[in-house]
Design a protein around this ligand. Structure first.
Ligand SMILES: [Zn+2]
Ligand SMILES: [Zn+2]
Length: 923
């Protein structure tokens, strides 16, 4: 049966077919390994995209890197678990549904909590998780049987358990606190969710009359409406301007309330008048000062940022309207004494853009210091490695300056806080399940606290809750700590830091199965409570002009559109080939187009191979991918009968070593580029061309030679496909399956063995010889191009080889040289040819193309002059190094020896170039 491979490479058809196949066959599903398992384990948690999300370039970039690492481990024989899922994304999802409601003229309060939540679940059922289907297009080899959603019942149960335990340990408290409040969302948001913008604002100066005198104290503010809630004026104790006013009071304008003058560090003598107003309910610094002096906290705004009943006549006004009225009234009554332009930074809600209002409210907090201490220690001690290293420093700095975490949100969508307030005695009970009666007074009038938890609370628990926590499970013993986390910088604190804090706390005392731990290479690690052993922070994808992609700029590249045009494989390859650690990518479609051509090249090479195999030895199969993985080293079943065989085998093993090394340290770009150069250059451009005559046995030639050539081709192709598979999973699967005519020994190339380098198969002599041949062929090709020789014309050539061994080698391979360089005949001469026109001299040989066309003397002189410059520069450098005693004392003998040899060669080249220039009469 002939091998089936369509004529044209059409990624669209191939890719969807294999993506479906992998999922249908459950190839990446990982059952729980039983006790006694001794294979190494690799576990990776997918950073859960929001359930509302659409796949963007950043996702695709991250997931491409994850999939490469995951496939690579799987092929190396690791039990490989990649856990996918989505996040309920409290605020984002709630907003999505609220927007829908607005179209129907409704607000969430019109529906009520229960109906609204039903509506969100309904939305999720219909539209949620579209991003996971998009991931399937990328070929992400996740275990879909273990897909989770952060609001699943078991995960929600774990969230309640964590909350109650923290509460019982005294690590959760409730308190009045100034939080960042989004009036649109009507909820507290964390510092991390506030975007700061520099704007041109105003600074207003207001004077407050001192009670019992005709003096005034002037203060400045950018938010005059908050003065309605002032409860003191602060001056610095050391500020002599105000010493005589200590202990006195001022009359608060507009409100006619007496408030004290206090001394506090809040007031800095060198700033403005040195006096400041104190509004404990509306400013975080004032809040602290207020606590120091036991000042009342007067809230003057409600949750919509409208003025409330404490704001006197301004009650009911929006905050900005109130600002105008307050200023007008102050002006009219003679209290407004100045107005200046002032540059200030305002905080906006990251999601809706509403200006954030500092607001005093009752919230739930996690006491972070004890959790942070352990999380810091885990990174400092090297139990968790963060790559690249600069992010480690950022992480540790943050941990040193961390504040208590406000975990409550005034939303409806999310994990509701497991706390109940007694309607009778106001006692708050925190419990795993709804209590029937109040523990203090016995009342049954209990109502659950309306707040939900910050989304990052539940996602911070995922490394262990997805493995069955709070039960002690075999999955935890095997897969925890997870091996690696690949993620973007922007969620280092939101997510990564919190996972470390929670993991170190709740998994304290956990131990990974010792046999698996050892096999996986973690025997030296002591702390098995950490959520992962390593974190790799990847960079950003920008547009071709290095601009950050944004909807506003309109430069967002949709990865699915790129995939539609060039295929997933080519898009993945682009991202991998550009993914140098620590450097942002400037995504350019022309690169993707180039990698599509690369895929096409491989496709055509496969077709060429099949054509020959079907003719020479139908049914031939590779020796490398035997059942259970087969031999991993080098290329199995490869017979080295000619120089090109020895050479390609050597090259392959070198590349394999480099690629494995690069993947170990997340140098995806190096891995991809090495494979590219090997497959396109060494394999397709050279090896295939060199073995062509051996495949042709019809005109009386040796059939067994053709059989060996075919076997080599198939074995090498099979190994090269396995090498490329993690980066280009689809085309490699298609060709690999075709090699086996649809009946492979394993269900998928994804389960076959990844090549390892066999040092025995590295052949220095073959590589040196081949380099000379390639140099000779390329020299002739260049000469032909310069002489503008018609492609059909085969030209005679003269060669002078400096050493007899090289002459023998060239003679031995003359057939290949003549064919690849399009030569008529090689004649060996005694004596240098370098001075001739239409000739090239190298350190090992001179070659002269005999062709009757006058060369352009001026152009040739120009070229020679450039070459001479280059040679002389290198020569000068060479002399400098060899004349430097410090260098000679330190450099290894091999390096010095190499430099000496090169120096000799350069002298030869200089001499040849000069004599040629003389011959041509160059100036
Ligand atoms: Zn908002
Ligand atoms: Zn009670």
């Amino acid at each position: 049966m002939p091998h089936e491979l369509p004529k044209a490479y059409e990624p669209g058809a191939i890719e969807t077919r294999w993506a479906d196949y992998w999922i249908k066959e459950k190839l990446f599903s990982v059952p729980t390994p039983p006790p006694g398992e001794t294979r190494p384990v690799f576990t990776l948690l997918l950073p859960p995209p929001n359930v509302t999300g659409q796949l963007h370039m950043g996702h695709m970039f991250g997931q491409t890197q994850m999939d490469i690492i995951v496939r690579w481990h799987r092929m190396r024989g690791f039990i490989t678990l990649w856990l996918p899922g989505t996040d309920h994304a409290g605020i984002a999802t709630q907003m999505m549904v609220e927007r829908d409601l607005v179209k129907e003229g409704l607000k969430r309060r019109d529906l009520g909590r229960k109906k609204f939540i039903e509506r969100v679940w309904d939305w999720k059922k219909h539209y949620g998780g579209a991003i996971l289907n998009q991931m399937k297009r990328l070929g992400a080899s996740v275990d879909w049987d273990r897909e989770y959603f952060t609001m699943d019942e078991d995960l929600s149960h774990a969230v309640r358990e964590v909350f109650v335990r923290l509460y019982e340990e005294g690590l959760i408290y409730r308190g009045h606190y100034i939080v960042n409040w989004c009036p649109w969302h009507e909820t507290a948001i964390s510092d991390l969710e506030v975007k700061h913008e520099d704007v041109a604002g105003k600074l207003w100066e207001i004077r407050y009359p001192v009670v019992g005198s005709d003096e005034f104290i002037t203060v400045a503010t950018t938010r005059p409406e908050t003065m309605l809630g002032d409860t003191a004026i602060a001056v610095n104790a050391k500020d002599e301007r105000y010493t005589h006013l200590h202990g006195k009071k001022v009359m608060l304008p507009l409100m006619n309330r007496e408030i004290p003058i206090i001394t506090d560090e809040l007031a800095q003598p060198e700033f403005g008048t040195g006096a400041v107003k104190v509004t404990p309910a509306h400013d975080p610094n004032d809040f602290e000062a207020g606590k120091r002096h036991h000042l009342p906290q007067i809230t003057v705004m409600d949750e919509h940022a409208h003025m409330n009943q404490n704001a006197g006549v301004y009650a009911g006004l929006d905050r900005f309207e109130a600002r105008k009225r307050v200023l007008a009234d102050l002006q009219e009554q003679g209290f407004l004494v100045g107005e200046k332009d002032y540059a200030l930074s305002i905080g906006k809600c990251e999601r809706c853009g509403t200006i954030v209002e500092p607001r005093l409210s009752e919230q739930w907090f996690i006491k972070i210091a004890p959790l942070a201490a352990r999380a810091k220690e885990a990174v400092e001690s090297g139990e968790i490695t963060i790559v690249p290293d600069n992010h480690r420093t950022i992480y540790l700095n943050w941990m040193n300056n961390i504040h208590d975490w406000c975990v409550s949100r005034q939303l409806w969508w999310g994990h509701r806080i497991p706390a109940w307030t007694c309607g009778n005695c106001k006692q708050v009970t925190v419990a795993r399940e709804a209590p029937l009666t109040c523990g203090k007074c016995g009342s049954t009038d209990l109502e659950q606290v309306p707040d939900v938890l910050d989304t990052w609370f539940s996602s911070g628990l995922l490394p262990f809750t997805t493995l069955g926590w709070p039960d002690k499970t075999r999955d935890q013993a095997v897969f925890y700590p997870t091996t690696l986390l690949i993620t973007a910088y922007e969620i280092l604190f939101f997510w990564v830091a919190r996972m470390i804090m929670f993991g170190c706390h709740f998994m304290q005392g956990h131990q990974q199965d010792p046999a698996i731990k050892k096999a996986s290479g973690w025997a030296d690690k002591k702390n098995d409570s950490v959520p992962f052993r390593e974190v790799y922070i990847h960079s950003l994808v920008r547009d071709a002009e290095r601009q950050k992609m944004s909807k506003v700029k309109g430069n967002v590249i949709n990865p699915l559109e790129v995939i539609d045009r060039f295929g997933t494989d080519a898009t993945r390859f682009t991202l991998a080939a550009m993914a140098a650690p620590g450097t942002d990518i400037a995504f350019n479609e022309s690169r993707t187009e180039g990698y599509r051509a690369f895929a096409n090249k491989i496709w055509n090479a496969a077709r060429f191979m099949f054509m020959n195999v079907d003719r020479v030895e139908p049914g031939l199969r590779p020796a490398g991918t035997a059942e259970g993985g087969g031999p991993h080293m080098g290329v199995a079943g490869f017979q080295t009968s000619a120089l090109e065989d020895r050479w390609i085998l050597s090259r392959f093993n070198r590349v394999v070593a480099d690629v494995n090394d690069a993947l170990k340290t997340y140098r995806f770009h190096e891995a991809a580029n090495r494979i590219y150069d090997f497959f396109w250059g060494d394999f397709c451009d050279w090896y295939l061309e060199l073995i062509k005559p051996r495949l042709n046995f019809e005109d009386g030639a040796d059939k067994s030679a053709a059989q060996i050539a075919c076997a080599n081709l198939v074995n090498l192709f099979d190994a090269s496909l396995r090498l490329l598979h993690p980066v280009m999973p689809f085309i490699t699967e298609e060709i690999w399956q075709a090699i086996y005519e649809g009946k492979p020994p394993l269900q998928s190339i994804a389960l076959a063995a990844y090549p390892l380098s066999d040092q025995e198969q590295i052949d220095f002599a073959a590589e040196t010889e081949m380099a000379i041949l390639q140099d000779l062929i390329v020299s002739v090709r260049n000469l032909r191009a310069e002489l503008k020789v018609e492609p059909k014309v085969r030209v005679p050539t003269e060669v002078f080889a400096h050493e007899p061994a090289i002459r023998t080698m060239i003679e031995h391979n003359h057939g290949a040289i003549e064919r690849l360089a399009n030569l008529e005949k090689i004649t060996f001469v005694e004596g240098s040819l370098a001075s001739k026109a239409a000739a090239r001299g190298t350190a090992r040989f001179d070659v002269h193309v005999i062709y009757e066309r006058k060369i352009d003397v001026a152009a040739e002189c120009e070229r020679l002059k450039k070459e001479l410059d280059k040679i002389e520069k290198e020569l000068a450098n060479n002399h400098k190094q060899l004349g430097n005693p410090q260098f000679l004392a330190k450099a290894p003998a091999k390096v010095v020896e190499g430099l000496r040899t090169r120096g000799q060669e350069l002298l030869v080249l200089q001499e040849k170039t000069l004599s040629k220039m003389k011959e041509l009469g160059c100036k």
